[in-house]
Design a protein around this ligand. Structure first.
Ligand code: ATP
Ligand code: MG
Length: 388
């Protein structure tokens, strides 16, 4: 699929990109050579930053026809010890705004020329998400604010990336958590952003409130305990002016849910998910001053989240099943299915699409994502292969 792209490199106006992003031309040509700045084949031609270059976030997309740039979404750091971290990180703010951290996938919606596109975290245009975004965000906002990007979470069961059923969403819904300038990435203040979304009838993530810095940790701890009980992920804590970078903090329940997922496909994801998540549990337990019974419960939940899904995977393989993840999408147009299939191939996801099933005026398509590495490793070990 990936051909030699050197012939396409001259389609990028390096001087213009350098000027707009305020980085030297040689950093851009260097990134092109190293393929950190990659040409992407597809219905919409673009170059994407695969990793950060100077101050430019990974996932930044540069469109060629018409020329435009959408900055990548910045990484959000995590606090493990809430109280000292908030005090230190937000020392210049009197208050912090606390919003729900929803568990779906990160999407940036922008107007490029006269068409809406939905970009994934990595800076690819996802055809499925674009179809949904046209419905969920609409064009009105962008007609008035073509220079802005809506950053939000796509959440719900019809998600090919992070399907979740506990939000009481029928298919897929879009919740905005940030509005930024396309080219500079500069964010709007929290309340201004929320008011703007209200004005255009676009949903925002839930706001728990603004807290005095010295009291925020008590409120947030209470919120996290409540959210965890219903599997919700956690919170993102923000400078109301959006000058200081935001910080995330999550529940143990959602942490364990991630581990259950990762260890079902242990050879594909297990390692990446493991260490950081164990650390989170340890610091949270100490900060909350847990007693022996609470610690035991936490240990049991953590252990079960790792081992039980893995045992199930091994048993499945032993029974001759293939190790795959079932997801589904719901679309209005069958063209979107074809485009999405091409797109998954482009980003290197091995997936098998079932025949579309008509439901009302839409089509439901079940997709099996193959996790080949876990599949092969499990089969080999069951057949007697040694671990190393
Ligand atoms: P990173 O740490 O690089 O941001 P990650 O994949 O590790 O990425 P997460 O742990 O899911 O990400 O946390 C950050 C992500 O949380 C954001 O990229 C965004 O998609 C999502 N998110 C959900 N709700 C919010 C919110 N209210 N404010 C900001 N981000 C949110
Ligand atoms: Mg997430």
């Amino acid at each position: 699929m990936r051909r030699d792209v050197s012939e396409f490199v001259n389609r990028l106006d390096v001087e213009k990109v350098s000027g707009l992003l305020d980085i030297p031309e040689h950093r851009i040509t260097g990134a092109l050579k190293r393929k950190t700045l990659q040409y992407v084949y597809g219905r919409r031609e673009l170059f994407r930053f695969d990793k950060p270059v100077s101050s430019i976030e990974g996932g930044t997309s540069v469109f060629t026809k018409p020329f435009d740039i959408v900055r990548g979404f910045p990484k959000i750091s995590r606090t493990l010890m809430l109280y000292p971290a908030l005090k230190r990180h937000f020392s210049s703010c009197r208050k912090v705004a606390v919003e729900e951290k929803m568990n779906g996938y990160n999407v940036r919606v922008a107007l490029i020329g006269d068409a809406l596109v939905a970009l994934t975290r990595g800076g690819f245009v996802c055809p499925y998400t674009t179809e949904k975004a046209i419905d969920l965000a609409g064009l009105d906002f962008f007609k008035d604010h073509p220079e802005l990007v809506l950053c939000g979470e796509m959440v719900g069961p019809d998600s090919p990336y992070v399907p979740k059923t506990f939000y009481d969403i029928e298919s897929l819904d879009f919740f905005v958590f940030d509005i930024r300038e396309k080219i500079t990435g500069k964010p709007l203040p929290v309340m201004k952003r929320r008011a703007l979304m209200e004005e255009y009838g676009i949903k925002s993530v839930r706001l728990f409130g603004e807290f005095e810095l010295g009291e925020a940790h008590t409120g947030i701890t209470r919120i996290i305990k409540e959210l965890g009980g219903s599997m919700h992920e956690g919170v993102v804590i923000k400078d109301p002016q959006m000058v200081m970078p935001s910080v995330k903090y999550t529940s143990s329940e959602s942490n364990c849910a991630d581990l259950r997922y990762a260890f079902e496909f242990y050879n594909d994801f297990g390692r990446d998910f493991f260490f950081g998540r164990v650390c989170r549990e340890a610091f949270q337990s100490v900060e909350w001053g847990e007693d022996e019974a609470q610690i035991r419960k936490r240990c049991q939940q953590l252990g079960e989240s790792i081992l039980v899904p893995m045992l199930n995977t091994i048993k499945k393989k032993k029974a001759g099943e293939r190790i795959a993840e079932n997801v589904q999408i719901r679309v209005k147009s069958l063209d979107t299915v074809k485009e999405f299939e091409e797109y998954l191939r482009l980003v290197g996801v091995d997936a098998v699409f079932e025949e579309p099933e008509k439901i009302g005026d839409e089509f439901l398509v079940r997709i099996k994502k193959m996790h080949q590495s876990t599949n092969d490793r499990t089969e080999a070990i069951l057949g007697g292969q040694l671990w190393s």
